[in-house]
Design a binder for this molecule. Sequence first.
Ligand SMILES: NC(=O)c1ccc[n+]([C@@H]2O[C@H](COP(=O)([O-])OP(=O)(O)OC[C@H]3O[C@@H](n4cnc5c(N)ncnc54)[C@H](O)[C@@H]3O)[C@@H](O)[C@H]2O)c1
Length: 247
Amino acid sequence: MYDLSSQVALITGSARGIGRRIAEALAANGAKVVIADLFEEQVQSCVDQLRSSGCDATGVTVNVTQVEAVRAAIQTANEKLGRIDILVNNAGITRDNLLLRMKDEEWRQVLATNLDGVFFVTREVLPTMLKQRHGRVINIASVVGEMGNPGQANYAASKAGLIGFTKALAREVASRDITVNAVAPGYIETEMTAKLSEKARQELQNMIPMKRIGNVDDVSSGVCFLASKEAGYITGHVLNINGGMYM
Ligand SMILES: NC(=O)c1ccc[n+]([C@@H]2O[C@H](COP(=O)([O-])OP(=O)(O)OC[C@H]3O[C@@H](n4cnc5c(N)ncnc54)[C@H](O)[C@@H]3O)[C@@H](O)[C@H]2O)c1
């Protein structure tokens, strides 16, 4: 456990999957969490469930690809909570296709969510962190951004770009006690990977030195560490959580 009491954490794409588990774990460590996701109903149901288990949760509905919506959502979060200490840029999508068949839309949608979205949200949150002279930015990248994957040129480009973004921003804001790190998960059990056939799952497991697909707790525990004061001298780092798939 880490002491995140009196800290406010905003997590994008947190109504389900990895983001949701990150929000639950940060809240379990004492943080007040802001659930930021696309659809009001899902955001509200996630907030209700967190509150019913005793967590301090607030919701904002936002599409991270829309700069004005991002501005309004971060303003709302700031007004409600007065500060933002931890930003987890987790919202991300895939639109897989082999490059020769990849449609402009598939390329653009992935880059818009996974990269433009991170830029818009971080640019909006950063003034608050600079004023506080404290902050933690944690970007959810992917092993695919480090090693590539056929059929995912758009996704790999976005996640490799996110790693570059992480390192550049880490250098910009380090002197203000703001750390900027990335977490690069391997294959994680979520709705996305639940669709895999048994054969594909077996093949995947064989590629992973630890012989298992990861789970959302594997990712959230890395994020909680990077958000903690114990990780205060770590910045510009990419934390691989992949069972040894890529070293
Ligand atoms: N599942 C994996 O195996 C895996 C592996 C490596 C990295 N990741 C990364 O982890 C993150 C979460 O993945 P997941 O598996 O939980 O995905 P998911 O699809 O289960 O959840 C993604 C969440 O992001 C939200 N979202 C999507 N577009 C958005 C937008 N424009 N604005 C706001 N919210 C938006 C969705 O509504 C959803 O709640 C992603 O960045 C993904 O690339 C996942």
